[in-house]
Design a protein around this ligand. Structure first.
Ligand code: COA
Length: 436
């Protein structure tokens, strides 16, 4: 038996045994979305059901398939503490009702905040080890990678379906306390459906992206639509938080070649992946793609090193001065800040860069305007008016950066749905922001 094999065997245990080693009072961190380890998450569910995790706090951003199936579900409420780092999907109802906690933070700052909390344990999904005894976090590098440098308890679920991704996302077996094995297929994220509004918004943005630009696309119908609308572009680059299916399509089509990137030329860095099995396979050993920790991908200074950095993210409502609410509806927490502000700031600090925040002009079958006079009293302001750049609806693009409050209000009213423009103008006038 080689030394690496012996090291592997010594750490190998069952998921239930790995979970049983968590201590009361500890905070366990699970990776983003598809990086949550299925066999360990199932064992956490069993441990919670048996009452063994009553004093353990568990946190993650974007809980996906396995966390919803086994852990964050009504039957287990009160059997462990869930502290959401985002509020999405399965944990949203519990955050609504106060059953779960939520701790807001910028995605790029999570590693530093988790270390200070402190977080004590990480359970991550990784590829089988290479010849030198390194496993790749592959799907979700995010805040997980840094925890292997300091957490007292580090568990890895080895799964042959996890791609061996290049870049600083590898962990040596010596930095792992326990290993378990599984071969579940990696959770996939379906492509969002595109409607006419999303296509129109995507077209406005694609028309404003120059050849040779570096792009970041968030998840959602509009960012996907932008990806699909870029197929006629040339020499694009990618620097992103989330790697999504349309990015694979653009790379395979030769639209993205990273040749004009002014930072990391030739390389697409990302911190987590949400997509199809085809995209996970595409990442395996791909010399053009690198997994990086989120404190790197989402550092506004790193983002700003790319000339013509274009970021595209979604928002829910924007007030007439340019405050964007991307994570609450009617004052209730609906989502999280994620990496939105990291990329808005990085892109606007970039030479020739631009940040687009997109929303349909209306919600709820046209009954609500997403351009509003004022946000509700307890709404969350995700992107401040001092950070915002351009806002896009299916009616056009409102350029807000460097413009007066009056000019902002007028630019936003011009991209609101026509049926809401008169009432918005009236509200603007009442605040001294009406048309001159
Ligand atoms: N008032 C009331 N309801 C609204 C609304 C508004 N102004 N705007 C949207 N909604 C409703 C929609 O009608 C929809 O309801 P439904 O599910 O009943 O149809 C729901 O809110 C979701 O809206 P949608 O536009 O489909 O949202 P999305 O799934 O595209 O997500 C964000 C949009 C903003 C929540 C999401 O992009 C996000 O969380 N952003 C913050 C984090 C981020 O930007 N990260 C970036 C890097 S990945």
């Amino acid at each position: 038996m080689t030394a690496g094999r012996a090291e592997y065997q010594r750490r190998l245990t069952s998921p239930d045994e790995a979970v049983s080693r968590l201590k009361p009072g500890q905070r366990l961190i699970l990776p983003t979305f598809a990086g949550a380890p299925p066999a360990l998450v199932a064992a956490l569910g069993r441990g919670a059901a048996e009452g063994a995790l009553r004093d353990v706090t568990i946190s993650a951003i974007l809980p996906g398939r396995d966390i919803a199936r086994h852990l964050v579900k009504p039957e287990l409420a009160g059997k462990f503490k869930w502290d959401s780092l985002f509020c999405a999907g399965c944990d949203r109802p519990g955050v609504f009702t106060g059953q779960y906690d939520m701790t807001p933070m910028h995605f790029g700052q999570m590693p530093r905040i988790l270390r200070a909390m402190p977080a004590h344990a990480i359970m991550a999904l990784a590829s089988p080890p290479d010849a030198e005894g390194f496993v790749s976090l592959g799907i979700s590098v995010d805040y997980s990678r840094s925890m292997f440098d300091y957490a007292p308890y580090r568990v890895v679920e080895i799964n042959p379906n996890v791609p061996q991704v290049r870049g600083p996302c590898r962990i040596h077996l010596s930095q792992i306390d326990a290993l378990v094995e599984s071969d579940d297929p990696i959770a996939e994220l379906p492509e969002p459906a595109l409607g006419d509004e999303e296509r129109a918004i995507a077209r406005f943005i694609a028309d404003r992206i120059p050849d040779g630009a570096t792009i970041q696309l968030g998840y959602g119908a509009v960012p996907s639509g932008v990806g699909l609308a870029l197929t006629g572009h040339k020499r694009l680059g990618i620097h992103t938080e989330m790697f999504v299916d349309p990015m694979r399509v653009l790379i395979e089509a030769g639209v993205v070649d990273n040749s004009e990137k002014t930072y990391n030329p030739g390389i697409t860095p990302f911190t987590f992946v949400g997509g199809s099995a085809a995209t996970y396979r595409f990442l395996h050993g791909n010399s053009m793609i690198e997994g990086h920790p989120v404190e790197y991908t989402n550092d506004p200074v790193v983002i700003a090193r790319h000339k013509r950095m274009i970021s595209v993210n979604a928002t829910l409502a924007v007030d007439l001065t340019g405050q964007a609410c991307s994570e609450s509806i009617g004052g209730m927490q609906y989502s999280g800040t994620g990496g939105q502000v990291d990329f808005v700031r990085g892109a606007t600090m970039s030479d020739g860069g631009k940040s687009f925040l997109c929303t349909s002009a209306t919600a709820k079958h046209g009954t609500i305007s997403c351009i509003v006079d004022a946000l509700p009293p307890s709404a969350v302001i995700t992107t401040a008016r001092t950070d915002i750049d351009a806002v896009v609806t299916e009616y056009g693009v409102a350029e807000l950066r460097g413009r007066s409050l009056r000019d902002r209000a007028q630019a936003l009213i011009a991209i609101a749905h026509p049926k809401f423009r008169d009432s918005l103008e009236e509200a603007a006038r009442a605040r001294g922001l009406g048309k001159r």
